[in-house]
Design a protein around this ligand. Structure first.
Ligand code: MG
Length: 157
């Protein structure tokens, strides 16, 4: 049994698409980044890589590399999954805490859960998505950014 943790934060910018866990969410702002800015998939992918002892997204995909500009973050998850398969591990469960002041994401939790389950090829019952505000505090609370924590456990075989 192995456990990994992932964390990420991205700034919000007007006019960008907001994509969380591969789901397009209607909102006036989206997450900035070299890729599509999917903070939730980045935290989850880093948690998988962490559990494998395989570095982080930045080690595999440089944010200076023009090839990954505007990249669909599902590609990062697929890279982590290919390492996982090579090493003969499987995902037991994934637990996510997403911090976002706005929009109200409660309505999208099940959709994000289903999307994450599909991306990582696990049943929805193995995925937990929690959304919280930051109670108006700090950059996340002021609506300038979204942050995400993720924990993933793996089992051999
Ligand atoms: Mg990121």
């Amino acid at each position: 049994m192995r456990v990994g943790i992932g964390y990420d934060i991205h700034r919000l910018k007007a006019g960008r698409k907001l994509i969380l866990g591969g789901v397009l969410i209607p909102f006036a702002k989206g997450l900035m980044g070299h890729s599509d800015g999917d903070v939730l998939l980045h935290a989850l992918t880093d948690a998988v890589l962490g559990a494998l002892g395989a570095g982080d997204i930045g080690d595999h995909f440089s944010d200076k590399d023009p090839r990954w500009k505007g990249a669909d973050s599902r590609m990062f998850a697929e890279m982590a999954l290919s390492i996982l398969k090579k090493r003969r591990f499987r995902i037991v469960n994934m637990d996510v805490v997403l911090l976002a002041e706005k929009p109200k994401l409660t309505l999208y939790k099940q959709k994000i859960r289903a999307s994450v389950a599909k991306i990582f090829n696990v049943p929805s019952s193995s995925v937990s998505i929690k959304v919280k505000t930051n109670e108006g505090l700090d950059a996340v609370g002021k609506g300038q950014a979204m942050a995400c924590y993720a924990v993933v456990s793996l089992r051999k075989g």
